[in-house]
Each structure stands twice: as structure tokens, then as C-alpha cells.
Design a binder for this molecule. Structure first.
Ligand code: ADP
Ligand code: MG
Ligand code: MG
Length: 193
């Protein structure tokens, strides 16, 4: 179940993981993108953290809405509107339920809609979809998250900047899948799932 406290805690942990791995995320984005994913996410999560500390959050809906607005307004890259839309759809879902699965499913659907994308295209969805499938069966583990990220190496990118390098994207981890792993790890560490 999402609560105001555990959702804020998860987002704080996510910010910390992004900060710790900022250079690594940008390195992953170098061979198949423009080398800015770590910087984009760090800038965005800094704004999220500031907003959550300074503004009133009476509900889980408020938490995700503030998160979405900070990401959308502060991140220029593709990941800003994509994570931002995920969080905005999660906020909407949180208006009617506090159950984790339907809220995260709304987030995934938001990414698919905003990105015009599906799992299997070497994007963050290749982390979100296996993570949600495991949560559905109550068996999400660290290993599930790690093997899903690793599996993005074998996929040819067909969406986003990585699609420009086509076949040459093979052998490289998708940076957005890696940052999404940190998101799901944060949910686990905050006791949400
Ligand atoms: P940009 O590509 O604009 O520099 P980032 O580097 O911050 O933005 O984010 C790149 C990540 O965004 C990719 O690794 C991928 O996971 C994700 N991404 C890009 N396009 C899409 C899309 N259409 N659908 C889902 N995720 C996408
Ligand atoms: Mg980039
Ligand atoms: Mg960029």
C-alpha cells in the first residue's frame, strides 16, 4: 500500500541512488544516446526533493503530482516527460486506490502512451514491465530487477535516441531501464513493495 510517508521515502531514496549513480547513468547514455541521462535525472530529482520538502502533501496523490510537475518542468530530455507522465498517471490512480499494483500499472500505461512505446524496444519499459509482472505474482526480487536491466543489452532500440544507432545498440544497457531499476529498488527499500 502506498502512504504519504512511504511514497516520500521511496522518492528520497530514488533521488539518492540517482545522485550516487549520476555519472554511470550518463556513461550508459553515451554509446547509444547523448550522454546526459544521469544529469537529466539528477536535476529532476533534485527539484522533486525540494518540492516535496517545501510543499504540503496531504495525500499520495499530492506526492506524485508534485513529483510529476517537478520532473516535467526541470528535465529537458525525453526521460523528464516520460517519468513525469508516469508520476502524473500514478497521482490520478492514487485518487481512487492506495494499492501499489494499479497505481504502478497506471504509471506504465502513461509511459507507453506518452512514448508511443511498448516493452521490447529497449527503453525504461523493459524494466517497468517485468517488475510489474513480478509484483503481480508477489515475487519481485532484486534479481528480477537486475536481470531485466541486463536483458536490455540484447534488444535493438526502436524508440528514442538509441534507435538512431539501430543494430549498434546491441550489447549496451538502456540507461532509462537502469534508472528505473533504482526506482523499483527504492520502492522495495521504503517498504512499499
Ligand atoms: P534524451 O534521450 O532526450 O537525452 P534521456 O537521456 O534523459 O533523454 O533518457 C533516455 C531514456 O529515455 C532511454 O534510455 C529510454 O529508457 C527512455 N526513452 C526514450 N524514448 C522512449 C520512449 N519513446 N518510450 C519509453 N522510454 C523512452
Ligand atoms: Mg540522453
Ligand atoms: Mg538529451
Amino acid at each position: 500500500m502506498f502512504t504519504v510517508d512511504n511514497s516520500k521515502k521511496a522518492l528520497q531514496l530514488f533521488k539518492e541512488k540517482i545522485d550516487q549513480n549520476k555519472d554511470y547513468l550518463s556513461e550508459l547514455d553515451t554509446p547509444i544516446g547523448d550522454g546526459d541521462h544521469g544529469n537529466n535525472m539528477a536535476r529532476g530529482m533534485e527539484a522533486v526533493s525540494e518540492s516535496l520538502q517545501n510543499k504540503e502533501t496531504a495525500s499520495v496523490q499530492d506526492v506524485f503530482k508534485l513529483t510529476a510537475m517537478a520532473l516535467i518542468s526541470k528535465v529537458g530530455g525525453a526521460s523528464g516527460p516520460l517519468y513525469g507522465t508516469a508520476m502524473m498517471e500514478m497521482a490520478k490512480a492514487a485518487a481512487t486506490t492506495s494499492d501499489v499494483l494499479p497505481i504502478l500499472e497506471a504509471g506504465l500505461a502513461g509511459i507507453e502512451k506518452r512514448g508511443n512505446s511498448q516493452p521490447g524496444e529497449k527503453t525504461m519499459l523493459d524494466e517497468w514491465a517485468p517488475a510489474l509482472a513480478a509484483i503481480k505474482e508477489n515475487k519481485l526480487t532484486e534479481a528480477t530487477l537486475e536481470s531485466a536491466v541486463e536483458a536490455t543489452k540484447d534488444i535493438v532500440a526502436t524508440k528514442g535516441r538509441a534507435s538512431y544507432v539501430g543494430e549498434r545498440s546491441i550489447g549496451h544497457i538502456d540507461p532509462g531501464a537502469m534508472s528505473s531499476m533504482y526506482f523499483f529498488q527504492s520502492l522495495m527499500e521504503a517498504g512499499v513493495i
